[in-house]
Unconditional design. Structure first.
Length: 421
């Protein structure tokens, strides 16, 4: 396995071929055949680490770095101002003077096309770019082929919705002679084993949970398994915060359901957004007739961030949805002979009891909260456990707005979901 050193001397595994490609692009650019390299990959895949490793290999060249930020109000041409502060000269003067955009774009090309030393320019995280920065990328991409310059742009391809402005720019740049694309894949299980080193860890489980994402693997190694690393929880929380309230709640429902989510089950626990909006977030991906989390570790982080009272509420709603689905399917199968069986006092005269749920399916009829509470097996409740032991409704082993045993609801929902799937 080819190995190179990344940040702080840590190994970058399975990235040697990408460094070689970057070296070839730099050689073309030095000869006057400029290159725009679009480096993509999901968050944590090591895009910046790759470019920093390449910088150490080309330490004699001049490097200029700019970055887009995930701000609520993006800085207009923020990366250009970053680059100008490093380059100085006319570009910096024009930026400070608030010059017109066409003058700024022309000055940028003149700066990176300087005869000596050879310049490598980086614009990071263009998935957060404002419209003016995307225009700068298009402007430069159409002209680099006749210049002595190398422009590297990174972006997270898992965060691009179908209508994201960057998609149109990428489509336009794809036809340009100077453009090259480079997508960083996840690490293989062999590479994950190498990162684990001598630590006592189930490498197969580590690979399954992280999906080979280098950042997730390194953070788990640092924090210790099976805890969800605080850095991962914070990163996932920040990503959820950028979603609408409805989409965020739907993702939470999916996290409670499990690793793979049946669409009919997800839609039966209603939240505001459509499934398409959940997929557009990049946290969920299509999987056959259902959806799943891109990484199990992300699902765990989402679930860990749900307040206990809401987890209980979701478990109760999930169990009610599963019971309703079982009831509809069972009723449909018995429809032709329902009347006769009811007259004879047969199974159709009872309110449940399919093989997937056993006795838990025999619950009282009802609607709304009553239905949700009754979907959980009733049992005696000790005095003081959320209500009178012998009072009306006091024997429901469920927790909702009225209180109760949330762990019971979680166990019942989990078992029922597994049986339903």
């Amino acid at each position: 396995m080819a190995k190179v050193l990344g940040v702080s001397g840590m190994e970058l595994l399975e990235r040697a071929s990408f460094l070689q490609t970057l070296g070839e692009c730099a050689a073309d650019a030095r000869s006057g055949d400029g290159r725009l390299v679009l480096v993509s990959g999901e968050s944590g895949m090591g895009k910046t680490a790759l470019l920093e490793a390449f910088q150490r290999q080309t330490s004699k060249d001049r490097w200029l770095w700019g970055a887009c930020d995930g701000l609520l109000t993006p800085r207009p041409l923020g990366p250009l101002f970053d680059i100008a502060s490093q380059a100085g000269g006319e570009l910096a003067t024009l930026c400070h003077a608030g010059a017109a955009r066409d003058r700024l774009f022309t000055a940028f090309l003149a700066e990176i096309d300087s005869s000596a030393p050879f310049t490598v320019t980086v614009i990071e995280d263009v998935h957060w770019a404002d419209e003016a920065t995307l225009d700068l990328l298009s402007f430069a991409g159409r002209r680099l082929g006749r210049m002595r310059a190398l422009l590297l742009a990174t972006y997270r391809d898992d965060e691009l919705a179908d209508d994201h402005p960057l998609r149109r720019v990428l489509g336009d740049l794809a036809t340009q002679r100077a453009t090259r694309r480079m997508r960083l894949p996840p690490l293989s299980e062999e590479a994950v084993r190498a990162l684990a080193g001598e630590r006592e860890v189930d490498v197969g489980e580590l690979y399954r949970v992280t999906g080979g994402n280098p950042f997730y693997v390194s953070e788990i190694m640092e924090a210790g398994w099976p805890a969800v690393p605080p850095t991962v929880r914070e990163m996932v929380a920040a990503r959820l915060a950028r979603l609408s309230t409805g989409t965020r709640r739907a993702v939470e429902v999916a996290a409670v359901i499990g690793a793979r989510v049946d669409l009919s089950l997800l839609s039966s626990v209603p939240e505001d957004p459509s499934v398409d909006e959940c997929l557009a977030s990049g946290i969920l991906v299509a999987d056959g007739n259902g959806v799943r989390f891109r990484h199990e570790l992300v699902r765990m982080a989402v679930e860990a961030g749900i307040p206990p009272y809401r987890q209980t509420e979701l478990h109760v709603r999930l169990l009610a949805a599963l019971e309703e689905t079982r009831r509809r399917r069972s009723g449909s199968a018995r429809a032709p002979c329902r009347g006769r069986r009811e007259r004879e006092g047969g199974p159709a005269a009872r309110a449940g009891g399919g093989p997937a749920f056993g006795r838990a399916g025999r619950s009282p009829r009802g609607r709304g909260p009553v239905r949700a509470g009754a979907a959980v097996r009733q049992q005696a409740r000790p005095a003081g456990a959320g209500g009178p032991a012998g009072g009306r409704g006091g024997g429901v082993c469920a927790a909702g707005p009225l209180g109760g045993d949330g762990k019971c609801a979680a166990r019942r929902a989990g078992a029922a979901a597994s049986a339903w799937r």
